[in-house]
Design a protein around this ligand. Structure first.
Ligand code: ATP
Length: 301
């Protein structure tokens, strides 16, 4: 069953085994705008969860709350059973930012960006030890960016920059990784590489929360989905949550219906197509499919 908001409004004492538990979280900005109201969901450890919703629905606000950048007016967030402050103090949470949040003109080498993931383990003077250099090299190798380690971060392509910030999260060795639109501006090959890496990290027992507008990719690699629109509309296993009904509530008017002939050119098969991004989500009989439009095209006669 898809967990609805009311099911999760229970005390935080049942956190054992949960990666992120958000209960009735409400965030009101200084100008009085409440961006998130009574948001509740839970993600177990060893999970990749998608965070989806239209622009302004509160995805970044939720990330900021999990990172302790904004205070909750009401409610509670637990990370690995701890308060946010405790989880951050222990370096357990890493954040991979949106491209727009970074000043790419800042003169810094790729390896220095990745080393930032180690800062929490260093002393006041931030003098790296051998273990820090090893962690940086291993993280760069894991995202296939070792050859670029001496390059300025601003010189890299969009996909390469994303991989460097992922490497920073790996060097930090966090158990919880928040990724803010990691696929925006990256080609399909890079997207597939990032997805493969996220799966490896999941299998290591980490928790990933991925904000994305690439709805078509979600059923392919996310175990769970959280649909937001000023609050959490639905959350749970992707197969149960990513339904036409829930997506229509979250995305309203962006659903289009196409009528396509099947492979034999026989009876028309109705499909719903959500076009929030360049990677559309195909809905068939009210359920999300894991196929991308381009792979569907390949099957057409
Ligand atoms: N610092 C702020 N002060 C006041 N309001 C804010 C602030 N940051 C965001 N908001 C408002 O809160 C709401 C949620 O914004 P948020 O950035 O969380 O949305 P989002 O889902 O991440 O959007 P996008 O998909 O465009 O990144 C929006 O109405 C936004 O205008």
């Amino acid at each position: 069953m898809t967990a609805q908001v009311d099911d999760l409004a229970r005390p935080a004492s049942s956190d054992a085994g949960s990666g992120i538990a958000v209960r009735n979280a409400t965030v009101t900005y200084r100008n009085g705008h409440t961006a998130l109201r009574d948001a509740s969901f839970e993600i177990p450890i060893g999970t990749i969860a998608a965070l989806v919703g239209v622009n302004g629905s509160g995805k970044s606000t939720l990330f900021k709350a999990i990172m302790g950048f904004v205070r909750l007016a009401r409610g509670e967030i637990r990370v690995l059973g701890m308060t946010v402050a405790e989880a951050l103090r222990r370096n357990l949470v890493a954040y991979v930012p949106q491209a727009e949040e970074v000043d790419w003109n800042f003169p810094v080498l790729v390896e220095d960006v990745v080393m930032m993931g180690r800062y929490g383990r260093m002393g006041m003077l931030r003098i790296p030890k051998a273990a820090d250099h090893e962690a940086v090299s291993a993280a760069l190798a894991r995202v296939n960016m070792s050859d670029c380690r001496k390059r300025q971060i601003g010189e890299l392509s969009g996909g390469q920059k994303k991989r460097v910030f992922l490497a920073r999260a790996l060097a930090q060795d966090s158990r919880v990784i928040l990724l803010d639109e990691p696929f925006t501006g990256v080609d399909v090959k890079t997207e597939d590489q990032i997805i493969a890496l996220l799966r490896e990290l999941r299998d290591e027992g980490r928790v990933m929360l991925v904000s994305t507008h690439n709805l078509g990719s979600v059923p392919e690699f996310c175990d769970r989905a959280i649909l937001v629109k000023g609050t959490v509309l639905a959350c749970g296993p992707t197969a149960e949550t990513f339904t036409q009904q829930n997506l229509e509530r979250a995305f309203g008017g962006v659903l289009r219906h196409l009528v396509l002939n099947d492979a034999k050119g026989c009876a028309p098969t109705p499909f719903g197509v959500f076009t929030d991004d360049e990677r559309p989500l195909i809905i068939q009989q009210g359920r999300a499919t894991a196929r991308r439009l381009e792979s569907f095209d390949e099957e057409r006669p």
